[in-house]
Design a protein around this ligand. Structure first.
Ligand code: FAD
Length: 415
């Protein structure tokens, strides 16, 4: 079959990877059917309508960094670039019990590498030893071993505890959703190298609308316009059900293995988000805050992020790599107590609470996640290997784009 012929392609999974694959395949001129098991598209970039507060709510705030090139291009292609708000330059607002509020702020008038060193040096509790460790980190980025953990890398360079705590652990948990002791150093190095290569890439961005409207709906609208067929509530249970020229599996590695009948265990990690709606206005120094030494790790002012002017203030506390076994009530009480300490005042009971724990929020970076597939089947699923980006929206978009290209260029499918 020539690459110029139109192929019938099935895309299994309507998350961001599947939607991106479908979009690019349709643009190449192929006929695409998307099969999604859930009642809505989007997968783990998920929103639901909360009747109690009368608004759309995300499973959790999804942050972007300027270095998410593929996601930014996708958003531009579907006319949704304005749905992400960006920092003007890198600022990481932080809080801990001893130091109160402080921030890592990279001045934009210095070249990015110097700006970062300056930003670290200026944080309370830091001195030249943090700067030296940052330099060693930068010098060692290119030669990380596939098996090394981030903790072993930090030990190798003798990173001061305060640097690990204020910056490296926060980044590692936030981007890789895995503690330093097991997170892969080669992937962490890749994240640092890509994110901190220029001021434009180093800044953080956030969706200013719920994910379903900001990202999923614009891509789905474009797919409809291109004639892509999308079937919701359609779980594909076996490849035999599909008689297409090519099949794209856009499923996280554990769901792909289940579909293929493979028993191999896939390591995943949970993320917990506790949404809180308050009548009392809670004054926060920034719309996003990294909390150190607390159970809650990130505090987001969702009302501010979404520019909502509702009566209730919507906050969300995020816990990456959450392994806590305490009850939901205990964890909510703990988070409210921590919030009171952060803002230094008594917090009234929230009007509404929504506790969301995504048990399999991300597939962890591991070496042996690939599987053998029939020649007409292509994998676009989340199975990050050492040195590749961790499980993020960006990885999903890149996987979708790459698989679409492979299907388009493949000659021997359906053989
Ligand atoms: C709470 C939370 C917070 C996150 N925060 C961030 C963040 O801040 N920044 C960031 O970049 N990333 C973040 N992520 C990660 C990001 O959401 C995921 O990496 C990305 O959405 C994965 O997309 P995907 O298409 O690869 O997989 P999925 O979104 O899982 O899509 C797979 C789809 O396949 C469907 N499916 C499964 N089996 C079948 C079957 N047999 N037949 C048909 N359909 C099937 C599923 O229903 C699902 O819709 C977060 C994830 C979570 C859960």
């Amino acid at each position: 079959m020539s690459e110029t012929q139109s192929k019938r392609v099935a895309v299994v999974g309507g998350g961001i990877a599947g939607l991106t694959a479908a979009l690019r395949l349709a643009e190449y001129g192929h006929q695409v059917d998307v099969y999604e098991a859930a009642p809505a598209l989007g997968g783990r970039t998920k929103s639901f309508f909360d009747e109690g507060v009368g608004e759309w709510v995300d499973n959790g705030p999804h942050m972007m960094v300027g270095a998410y090139h593929a996601t930014r291009k996708l958003l531009a292609d579907v006319g949704a670039s304005a749905h992400v708000s960006w920092q003007s330059s890198l600022t990481l607002p932080l809080w801990d019990k001893q130091r109160g509020f402080f921030k890592l702020q990279a001045p934009s008038w210095l070249p990015v590498n110097l700006a970062l060193l300056w930003a670290v040096y200026r944080m309370p509790g830091h001195d030249l030893s943090s700067v030296k460790a940052m330099l060693k980190l930068a010098l060692g980025m290119m030669n990380r071993d596939e098996e090394q953990t981030v903790q072993a890398w930090m030990d190798e360079i003798g990173a001061p505890e305060v640097l690990v705590r204020d910056m490296l652990e926060v980044l590692c948990l936030g981007v890789m959703n895995e503690p330093l002791t097991t997170a892969n150093a080669k992937t962490f190095a890749r994240v640092l190298a890509t994110s901190f290569s220029s001021h434009q890439y180093a800044k953080m961005g956030w969706f200013n609308k719920p994910l379903s409207q900001a990202l999923v709906a614009p891509v789905a609208d474009k797919l409809r316009a291109l004639g892509v067929n999308m079937e919701l509530r359609h779980t594909v249970r076996s490849l035999d059900e599909l008689n297409h020229d090519a099949v794209v599996l856009a499923l996280p590695a554990f769901a792909r293995n289940r579909l293929l009948g493979i028993q191999e265990e896939v390591k995943t990690q949970a993320i917990t988000n506790i949404h809180l709606w308050f009548k009392q206005h809670i004054p926060l120094p920034s719309l996003m805050l990294g909390m150190l030494g607390t159970y809650g790790q990130w505090l987001f002012d969702v009302s501010e992020m979404m520019e909502q002017k509702d009566d209730l203030q919507h906050l969300c506390v995020t816990i990456s790599a959450d392994k806590s076994e305490a009850s939901q009530d205990e964890l909510v009480a703990l988070v409210l107590d921590e919030l009171g300490k952060v803002v230094g005042e008594n917090i009234s009971q929230p009007e509404k609470i929504r506790f969301i724990r995504e048990k399999r929020a991300t597939v962890l970076v591991r070496k042996d996640l690939d599987v053998d597939l029939p020649r007409h089947v292509f994998d676009a699923g989340e199975a990050p290997y050492p040195g590749q980006l961790p499980a993020t929206i960006e990885l999903a978009v890149i996987s979708g784009e790459e698989v679409a290209k492979k299907v388009h260029l493949s000659h021997e499918i359906n053989a």
